[in-house]
Design a binder for this molecule. Structure first.
Ligand SMILES: Nc1nc2c(ncn2[C@@H]2O[C@H](COP(=O)(O)OP(=O)(O)OP(=O)(O)O)[C@@H](O)[C@H]2O)c(=O)[nH]1
Ligand SMILES: [Mg+2]
Length: 458
């Protein structure tokens, strides 16, 4: 149990229908008694029951707000501690005043993620589930939400535990043979142990292979629209957003700074970036903008190279194609409504590895196909397989990779018939890596860095 009672506004800043103050810790009950005056009957200490009343300042006796309050007795609360929630009217001053009284009555302001950290320390959640709480709040797409819910449910935790159990079983075999020495113990069944560790290795590899898909659904992807001036980049941006968001003119060099907006494509959040047209220029603002384009393209998940189909390729087009080689490219030819100079054949000679597609940003032709193309470029073929377990978090991925390397080393040790000391050491380390996912072998420092990324009140 934590010593001190913590409190925070748990709802977002600004005005809202309601705003909630959350209080957790041993003094929650006392704070409730001190501040809450029920409309009728007794103070709401009956656990898990919402009560109507007022928050009254004990000093000035002024009513701060009319509220609903609920008290949740430990351990049956999110944090596992006594918890009070005060549902106020959602005005920033009301919430500040009520929180102020709660603090005066003995609580201290909560750190970011401190409620969830307490839930973890009180064994209400393991670490990967605690992280899923944040993943849930930050989900950017329906799939991202699905993954977060699966993590919160404990699917990844359950799998990690079962992998650890398999490893512990293998370890037990190895250690018995160490303890009893070669003569007394049953000889190690090398074939069986090799098979068992092989199983674990394949399982971990399977989970790891879901990471790239998991990550894009968690964070979304970026697609940079690049091309020489006047090819219609800003027109395409407006078309994708369905509104006149960016300035379009017949003048080359219209866009200077980059403009980013996010659009959902089949539930996947794609952030499109409109950029300055690439050309040689002495203009300072424009050349700053062009320098940024190359940076943006380097960091992008997809580079949309936009060409003007009504003109032959220029030196700028060729430079853009050459400098983006090796990246994930969508080659898009705009102005399909005009008589065409560019053909698929001529483009194939320049850039054989990608199939061009034609659009008209001005009239909306080919836009659904282009979106489909971008989606298929980032969501891998096997993306639709719905694996049971998916890894979306870099920390989990790193832990799994660490465990995998140790399991492979242990497997080699076992099948090579080496003395069992070495593989058993490797397996212990693999167990530690898997334990990091659950938070059983995680240092205080790592915990702090995880929870500090949360919002206050969560
Ligand atoms: N016919 C036709 N004209 C288009 C199409 N797309 C854009 N345009 C025209 O091309 C001109 C330039 O369009 P923009 O969208 O400003 O081009 P941009 O690539 O953003 O240009 P910069 O910002 O200068 O680099 C405008 O006159 C648009 O109306 C298209 O599909 N068909
Ligand atoms: Mg533009």
């Amino acid at each position: 149990m934590q010593e001190k009672t913590i409190a925070a506004i748990a709802t977002p800043e600004g005005k809202g229908g309601i705003g909630i103050i959350r209080v957790s810790g041993p003094q929650a009950e006392e704070i409730c008694r001190a501040l809450f005056r029920p409309k009728k009957g007794n103070v709401p200490l009956e656990t898990h029951r919402l009560c109507h009343g007022e928050i009254v300042s004990p000093e000035t006796k002024t009513v701060l707000d009319e509220v609903l309050a609920v008290f949740m007795k430990a351990p049956h609360s999110y944090t596992g501690e006594d918890t009070l929630e005060i549902h106020c009217h959602g005005g920033p001053f009301i919430l500040k005043n009520v929180l102020g009284e709660v603090i005066k009555t003995g609580a201290r302001p909560a750190e970011p993620g401190e409620f969830t950290k307490r839930a973890f320390l009180n064994n209400r959640l393991d670490l990967s589930q605690a992280e899923a709480v944040m993943e849930l709040i930050e989900a950017q797409s329906p799939r991202g939400l699905e993954f977060a819910l699966s993590h919160l449910r404990g699917d990844l935790s359950a799998k990690t535990r079962s992998l650890r159990e398999s490893l512990i079983e293998i370890l037990a075999h190895l250690e018995t043979s160490i303890d009893f020495g070669e003569d007394d113990a049953e000889p190690l069944n090398i074939k069986e142990l090799t098979e068992k560790i092989g199983h674990v290795i394949r399982d971990i590899q399977g989970i790891l292979s879901t990471y790239s898909e998991g990550k894009i659904h968690r964070e979304g992807v970026s697609a940079v629209i690049t091309g020489k001036p006047n090819v219609g980049k800003s027109s395409l941006m407006n078309r994708l957003l369905g509104e006149k968001r960016v300035i379009v003119t017949t003048e080359p060099g219209t866009t200077r700074d980059f403009i980013e907006e996010t659009v959902s494509i089949q539930g996947l959040p794609v952030t499109f970036v409109d950029t300055a047209g690439i050309r040689d220029t002495r203009e300072e603002i424009e050349s700053e903008g062009i320098a940024l384009v190359w940076e943006k393209a380097e960091a992008a998940d997809v580079v949309i190279i936009l060409l003007d189909g009504s003109e032959d390729l220029t030196k700028e087009d060729r430079e853009i194609i050459d400098r983006n080689r090796g990246r994930t490219i969508a080659l898009v030819v705009n102005k399909s409504d005009l008589p065409q100079k560019l053909t698929a054949d001529s483009l194939r000679k320049r850039i054989p590895e990608v199939e061009p597609l034609w659009i008209s940003a001005k009239y909306g032709e080919g836009i659904p196909e282009m979106k489909e193309k971008i989606h298929s470029l980032v969501v891998r073929e096997n993306g639709g397989n719905n694996p049971d377990i998916i890894v979306t978090d870099l920390r989990h991925k790193t832990a799994l990779e660490g465990a995998l390397a140790k399991c492979i080393a242990a497997g080699e040790g076992i099948s090579g018939g080496f003395s069992p000391e070495l593989p058993s050491l490797e397996i212990r380390e693999a167990l530690d890596h898997l334990g990091e996912i659950l938070g059983v072998t995680t240092t205080e420092e790592v915990l702090d860095s995880i929870f500090s990324r949360f919002c206050i009140g969560k």
